[in-house]
Design a protein around this ligand. Structure first.
Ligand code: SIN
Length: 529
């Protein structure tokens, strides 16, 4: 349901509005700005701090020795369990390594690790048949985010608005004050935006609007994702009428630190790439029972194997063991993970790390073509919020930063082309946002999030059955009625917007899981209940 709107007022205008400041948003903004477009880049938080890019540990796919487009394509499609979009995978495999070189290495100069001979250090991760991933020790995303952010900040054509939350996309169908717009195909013309402090709501009118809002991890009790991943983009896109697909394919990362207050800290797959082995609490390696690639099998297989062993053995966690490697080498290769484990009383050079799976990546999203164009004119999506088809039913490790870069550049290029070629963009008169003033009790928001997280974890998690899904449908349905009721009269805050979007996105995932009765990739249906 849309809220009531107030009288007409002219908002801010820009060529391109980009919502989100991870690698996808920054790559889009930078590319379009370099073509001469005026770009407005908005983020809910400060700089890149809340983005998933910032948290990425493992690395980004580059080019291995004796690697090829065909070899990378084959690994991506095998992990995706038969439903990757071949054209999108080919596009990524063909353009990805070139763009890593041109933009990340040469242009913004991300300090990727090199070997003694000066060559880039290539590492391996699960389901890759050869080492082709480059990294900055074990915190690659932080370095990529910082380098891109620096470039974005320097660019005179980019206006950055921090602590600004997109509330809803503006569309000719939903917000135009002209009755005649009912008869035109829907176009996205910008967004309503909340400035958090000092409080204010304004419209941004844009020739092209780009969602780069990240994923869904916060909809689950346990997740590797930060606070940005609460499903804002999926919910806004759905409300605007865009097509979403593959939302049931939520990837669970097999290995996050199992310690109270560790916040599901990611234990990078790169450890397994460098020889770490999954073991149970008696020290027995178990992964080979589930897949010939053992600990390096595709993520969905490994996560379910861990889950299965935990249930079978009534164990709260399993273990990841790299203690057989040279301690000095481990400390240098994984300094962040080493330090974090040490803070929680684990010396990974001497003992195995207790691990559990956690929600990590949404393989589906807003359906886009190779330029990031959605099913709605002038609305684009890039990065995790989009569904390019590259990931199919399960994402291959270290493809997400690459996909965000490749589609960010393609989207930025194509937005600029559209702005250049199309002389006149239609902007309807739209109403200003009508402010409501009811204060929402934070205890209610907190509890509502708990319902979403527990329901999604227990009933729409690693293993899904018809009964569990029906239970989720009832619980989330009731909550939906509650939330929509108070949303209509609530004073707008980032938290209120986030809860509504998080709930809507949880329901999108849940309904996709109900509809799809076939186990494939990350979507695993329980046959017997
Ligand atoms: C990891 O470092 O294990 C995460 C990498 C990814 O999700 O691609």
């Amino acid at each position: 349901m849309q809220r009531q709107h107030g009288p007409v007022r002219v908002g801010m205008t820009t060529d391109i509005l980009v919502i989100g400041t991870g690698i996808a948003g920054c790559a889009t903004a930078l590319t379009a700005a370099r073509h001469g477009c005026r770009v407005m880049l908005i983020t809910r938080g400060k700089a890149t701090q809340t983005s998933s890019t910032e948290l990425a540990q493992g690395g980004i796919i580059y080019r291995g020795n004796h690697d090829s487009v065909r070899a990378l394509t084959s690994d991506i499609c095998a992990a995706g369990d038969g439903i990757c979009n071949p054209a999108a995978v080919r596009y990524l495999a063909t353009h990805g390594p070139r763009l890593v070189k041109e933009i990340l290495i040469r242009d913004v100069q991300v300090p990727f690790d090199t070997r003694a001979d000066g060559a880039l250090d290539l590492t391996l991760e699960g389901a890759h048949h050869l080492p082709r991933i480059i990294h900055c020790a074990d915190w690659t995303g932080k370095h990529i985010a910082a380098a891109l952010w620096h470039a974005v900040q320097q660019h005179k054509n980019i206006t950055i608005l921090e602590r600004c939350t997109a509330i809803d996309l503006l569309s000719t169908s939903h917000h135009s004050l002209s009755a005649m717009d009912t008869y035109r195909p829907t176009e996205c013309v910008g967004a309503y935006v909340l400035r958090q402090r000092p409080h204010g709501i304004f419209e941004v009118l844009a020739k092209e609007t780009v969602l780069a809002t990240g994923g869904v991890g916060q909809c689950y009790l346990y997740t590797t994702n930060g606070s940005s991943a609460r499903g804002d983009g999926y919910a806004m896109a759905q409300r605007a009428g865009a097509r979403l697909a593959n939302m049931e394919y939520v990837q669970f990362h097999p290995t996050t630190l199992f310690r109270p207050n560790a916040g599901n800290f990611l234990i990078s797959e790169a450890l397994r790439g460098e020889g770490a082995e999954l073991r149970d609490n008696k020290g027995r390696a178990f992964a080979k029972k589930y897949h010939p690639m053992g600990s390096l099998a595709p993520r969905d297989v490994v996560a379910r194997a861990i889950h299965r062993e935990m249930l079978k053995q009534h164990a709260p966690c399993m273990y990841l063991d790299i203690s057989h490697k040279d301690p000095a080498w481990v400390r240098a290769r994984f300094p962040t993970i080493y330090q974090k484990c040490l803070e929680h009383g684990i010396d990974l050079t001497r003992e195995p790390i207790p691990i559990v799976p956690a929600a990590h990546y949404e393989c589906g999203g807003v359906v886009v073509d190779t330029k990031g164009a959605t099913s709605i004119a002038r609305l684009r999506a890039v990065g995790e919020v989009s569904c390019t088809g590259v990931h199919g039913a399960n994402r291959l490790a270290s493809t997400s930063l690459l996909e965000a870069l490749v589609w960010g550049v393609a989207c930025g290029d194509d937005c600029a082309r559209a702005v250049r070629e199309q002389r006149r963009f239609y902007f309807p008169r739209v109403a200003t946002w009508k402010e409501e003033h009811e204060h929402v009790d934070p205890a209610l928001l907190e509890q509502d999030w708990m319902i979403i997280k527990h329901t999604m974890w227990n009933y729409v998690g690693l293993v899904r059955g018809a009964r569990r899904l029906r239970r989720a449908q009832r619980l989330l349905g009731e909550l939906h009625t509650e939330v929509e009721t108070f949303y209509r009269s609530a004073a707008m805050t980032d938290q209120v917007i986030g809860l509504r979007n998080g709930l809507q996105t949880a329901q999108i995932i849940m309904y996709a899981a109900i509809r799809n009765t076939t186990s494939r990739g990350c979507h695993y249906r329980l046959e017997i209940e």
